[in-house]
Design a protein around this ligand. Structure first.
Ligand code: SF4
Length: 1014
């Protein structure tokens, strides 16, 4: 047996330089802020941290700005109302400054009481003000008057729109259980309200954008631990590893960035994988410009080093990995001992040497060695993040998360200070009042049988699934979602959206025009972040908080005693909020309650005033045998949130009571609440003795008659009815992990049993853009990197952001540019497998020579000169179609224009980039379902006649490519071990009932029954 002595063989100048960085400064009482004069201060917020420069909350009702030094007033009086930013998923706190004199929102700044953002915002937060004052925003409901996409619209009343849409949905629910109703969401920005609506309708109609975003990362994490999202404790870390420009543009940009900056100030080291020299990479201690898709090879080399040198937490591995399952299944030749497993482990990763990783990644071996040593030294204070980036770019990218988590599982840096946390431990989702059961059927259009392990709906394949005749849609809601622009293969989306036999009625719920809304039947104006209600909690650090997004003018009206019916009375034009819209629509679908839907949208009995729901159990009407039941009243947002805050947020009712407020009033006043600053590592929770009566243990999982609910192993019940309650760890029964084994699944029986045994362990899969898979002349294009001041598809209506960043040239290294004979500004033609696009080049050394890159966000377009898109960030284009051959040509770029905002007359930029996504084929990863964004392309000097922004695509080729990728799948119909559609323990956003998981009988027409395994 090899020695477990730690054998450090690394010694280099780089390592010495890294070691010489200052060590962490550990404070005894958590993070503090120092003012410029060195005075340490505590802000009296929930985390006792924050900024001094914000208005004290006791003055929020009458905040004055503009006093001169002698104390005289020159300025304005504001009512400060908290809400949440909705420009990314971080849900940072905002404070709306409402002018007492004019009643207008003058600006939005940070909410110092918000535990996640702590008073800070990125540029996109204050730019919310641009969005609410955007002269091009949608203000009234519109109905299509001509052909879809022709741009002819009629203004209609909300009643007309609601009655028509509700009648269609009702008819479909009556006839087919609602199998033709789809809610397709981009950014949810809320925790459960809309899912509750869909559950009440009884439909498996939830469709998301997850598969163009985070499916791979989710899959990689979930196969390990049953939880699909990481939550790093950056603030307390000693070493942070970022896969991408996470600090500057990452998923929880502002909350994470400020904690990384704090950690660095204490001496934490930061390593960054990024093939571009992003701002994050340029500020890191160690930059690893790895070839796209090679990240897992580097991570496994680091893992191999930890294993070979014994620099891992043996006790953690022994207690928490399912190593026994691995030995039983794969190494029956070895004794079932931990020592034997350690030998096997070393053998497994022996091939992942530093030299191999350097060869695969192109990163100098010395840097990979330095990373390995950093991770080894960090131990339990090793933190990391991986979300889109490498995972979302590459076929097999889900193994990047699996390999990254291997490092945490080796170092034991899970649930530790400065380590890695699963998000469900640091996010608080309040339970829904009176939820309906999940749908009783399965929507194959969203979760086709070829993808039993996907995370989650195969949303971007919808046009192809419709083209194959797998179903039709009658009512298709899009919300914060612009599929034509955001997804790959947008012309196939245009074909689907313009075919009324495939999509009967497209309802775009949107604050602003988009490429997709233009092809809708109804365009319904919804509120921006300061014009709507939501609750949202995010895993932004080692704490748990809940935030309240509220329509700030509604609260201002309440405070100042002005009457209103609903948010349409306080928002601009007839802009509504979604909560009230869904409640009203649900009543109209089921006006007499006969469908059993309306009862989920009735106010609890006795609720006569806002917040009264708080006094009823579960939101259900309370029976009173002696009284006539009152006529049902429609649920209000106060009913709903009153209940949620009273019953679903521990500690909030008491905190509110201390201030003489109801929980709802507390949240309207402060906008957020910290549930705990000390979340617990749930896998270590001891199962109480009273739950262990008559318990038995099978393969390390403890089953009892009292179990089955809540956190813990996801093993099947025993035949005698006992349910899993925890795991036996050295004689103690602990909760463990929500996996079938209750342990961290280094070895995944799920992947093995569902057709992917070769991927059951953390391993390296060569990407579809690996050098060996490129055709002669091809190069990998990275199309998915973000800029810190834009917001996917919907920041076009933020003039400040548009002025800072508005175009997306092709990044190219000088060596490649010289070989091609191009200079910055020259046009090139980029040819994909289904078409081409034309754009200018930016020659820069900040990228590897063997790739090219083009940023996300830009290339917005509209077909109408007068509107249909924000005029500050969209070109006017012509669309041509000949059968399957589409082309787009730019008529003109952005021009200054007259509006009620004088700034629109000062626009100085014209080029707003090219819509590259529309020329990309779909690349569905056969396991995770993730669209693998990187493209194999050829780049040439623009041909004669090529113009900036030109695009051509053949959708027949796009469909052929879709079928090629589908052939890689291993469908449930052929590989399911138990005749179900999906492992029951894997999550789905809106989980159907158990019976819906059963596959149709053998021989039935099931998607994927014949394809696959190519
Ligand atoms: S990080 Fe920026 S965009 Fe995201 S919620 Fe915070 S302020 Fe808004």
């Amino acid at each position: 047996m090899p020695s477990r002595e730690r054998k450090n063989t690394i010694g280099s100048h780089l390592l010495e330089a890294l070691r010489s960085r200052p060590r962490r400064i550990v404070s005894d009482a958590g993070p503090r802020y120092a003012s410029p004069d060195g005075h340490r201060t505590r802000f009296p917020g929930p985390s006792e941290i924050g900024l001094d420069s914000h208005p004290p909350s006791e003055q929020w009702g009458d905040w004055r700005e503009g006093r001169s030094a002698d104390g005289r007033e020159h300025g304005r009086r504001f009512d400060l109302v908290p809400t949440l930013c909705f420009n990314c998923e971080s849900a940072c706190g905002l404070l709306a400054y409402i002018d007492h004199d004019t009643g207008a929102v003058r600006k939005l700044e940070g909410n110092p009481l918000h535990p996640g953002s702590r008073g800070r915002n990125c540029a996109k937060g204050p730019a919310t003000h641009n969005q609410i004052t955007d002269p091009d925003r949608l203000l009234y409901p519109l109905r299509r008057a001509g052909a879809r996409g022709a741009g002819e619209w009629t203004r209609v009343s909300w009643d007309e729109a609601l009655d028509d849409i509700a009648a269609r949905i009702r008819a479909d629910i009556v006839a087919t259980q609602g199998r033709h109703v789809v809610y397709h969401v981009g950014r949810p920005g809320e925790d459960g309200f809309t899912s509750r609506v869909l559950q009440a309708w009884g439909i498996d109609g939830h469709n998301s954008h997850t598969n163009i975003c985070s499916s791979s990362a989710r899959a990689g994490y979930a196969f390990w631990m049953g939880i699909d999202r990481p939550s790093p404790d950056f603030a307390e870390a000693d070493v942070i590893l970022l896969l991408s420009a996470h600090l500057e543009t990452g998923h929880y940009f502002n909350p994470h960035a400020q904690r990384i900056v704090e950690a660095r100030a204490r001496g934490c080291q930061v390593a960054v994988f990024d093939p571009r020299l992003s701002n994050t990479a340029s500020g890191a201690d160690l930059w690893l410009p790895s070839y796209p898709g090679s990240e897992a090879a580097v991570l496994l080399a680091v893992a191999g080093h930890l294993i070979r040198t014994g620099a891992y937490d043996r006790d953690f591995v022994r207690r928490w990995w399912n190593w026994e399952a691995y030995l039983r299944a794969e190494r029956p030749d070895l004794p079932a001992t931990f020592g034997a497993f350690e030998e096997a482990l070393e053998e497994l990763y022996a091939e992942y040497t530093f030299a191999f990783a350097a060869e695969e990644s192109g990163v100098p071996q010395e840097r990979i060695e330095a990373l390995a040593e950093m991770v080894a030294r960090a131990g339990t204070r090793f933190s990391s993040y991986n979300w889109r980036s490498a995972g979302a770019g590459n076929e097999g990218g889900w193994q990047v998360a699996r390999c990254l988590m291997l490092l945490h599982a080796l170092t034991g840096s899970i649930g530790t200070k400065g380590g890695f946390w699963p998000n469900t431990w640091t996010k608080h989702v309040a339970p829904q009042p009176h939820p309906a059961p999940g749908p009783s059927w399965w929507q194959d259009l969203h979760m086709p049988g070829e993808y039993p392990l996907a995370f989650f709906e195969m949303s971007y394949l919808l046009p192809h699934l419709l083209k194959e005749g797998r179903g039709t849609i009658d009512v298709y809601f899009t919300r914060v979602y612009n599929p034509v622009w955001t997804n790959p293969d947008g012309f196939s989306w245009l074909e689907a959206l313009t075919d009324e036999s495939k999509i009967g009625c497209h309802v775009a719920l949107t604050p602003t025009w988009s490429e997709s809304a233009w092809f809708a039947d109804y365009v319904l104006p919804m509120g921006h972040s300061s014009e709507r209600h939501d609750v949202q909690s995010q895993e932004t650090g080692r704490a748990q908080w809940i935030g309240f997004r509220q329509p700030v003018m509604r609260t201002h009206f309440e405070r100042t005693g002005r009457p209103f019916r609903d948010t349409r009375d306080v928002n601009p034009g007839e802009v509504w909020e979604e909560n009230e819209f869904w409640i009203e629509l649900s009543w109209r679908i089921d006006p007499d309650g006969s469908l059993g839907i309306r009862r989920y949208f009735e106010a609890p009995a006795g609720a006569g005033s806002p917040g009264a729901a708080a006094s009823t159990a579960g939101g259900r009407p309370q029976a009173d045998a002696t009284a006539q039941p009152p006529a049902p009243r429609k649920m209000t947002v106060d009913d709903y949130y009153g209940y949620l805050f009273e019953h679903g947020v521990p500690g909030l009712p008491a905190a509110a009571a201390r201030e003489g407020l109801t929980p709802l009033a507390y949240m309207r006043r402060y906008g957020s609440f910290e549930v705990t600053a000390e979340p617990v590592a749930r896998y270590l929770e001891e199962v109480p003795q009273e739950q262990l009566v008559d318990a038995v243990t099978r393969d390390g999982v403890v089953y009892a008659r009292s179990g089955g609910a809540g956190y813990g192993p996801k093993a099947d019940r025993l035949a005698d009815g006992r349910s899993p309650v925890g795991v036996d760890v050295d004689g103690r029964v602990l909760r463990g992990w929500p996996t079938p084994s209750g342990r961290l699944e280094f070895y995944s029986p799920t992947l093995r049993d569902w057709g992917w045994p070769e991927y059951a362990l953390p391993t390296y899969i060569r990407s579809h853009v690996h050098r060996s898979r490129l055709a002669p002349g091809e190069v990998a294009l990275l199309p998915n990197f973000r800029l810190p001041v834009q917001i996917h598809t919907r920041s076009a209506n933020s003039k400040w952001l548009d002025e800072i960043a508005h175009t997306n040239p092709l990044w190219m290294h000088p060596q490649r540019a010289a070989a091609l004979g191009v200079r910055t500004g020259d046009l090139v033609r980029v040819t994909t497998h289904i078409g081409h696009f034309v754009l200018p080049v930016w020659v820069t050394e900040a990228i590897r020579p063997d790739i090219v890159a083009c940023s996300h966000h830009f290339g917005r377009w509209r077909t109408d000169d007068a509107g249909g898109g924000n005029r500050g960030l969209s070109s006017v284009v012509g669309l041509e179609r000949e059968g399957a051959r589409w082309s787009m040509t730019r008529k003109h770029g952005v021009r200054p224009y007259a509006s009620n905002d004088p700034d629109t007359g000062r626009i100085w930029w014209s080029d707003v980039g090219v819509h590259q996504n529309i020329a990309f084929e779909v690349h569905p990863d056969p396991v995770s379902g993730q669209h693998c964004w990187h493209q194999a392309v050829t780049v040439e000097y623009a041909r004669e006649g090529d113009r900036n922004g030109d695009i051509a695509v053949d959708t027949d080729k796009a469909h052929a490519s879709y079928r090629e990728w589908m052939a890689k799948t291993r469908p449930a119909a052929r590989h399911s071990p138990d005749r179900t559609r999906r492992p029951r323990w894997l999550p789905r956003p809106l989980d159907p009932q158990d019976g819906a998981y059963a596959l149709p009988a053998e021989g039935a027409d099931v998607a994927g029954a014949t394809d696959g395994d190519a």
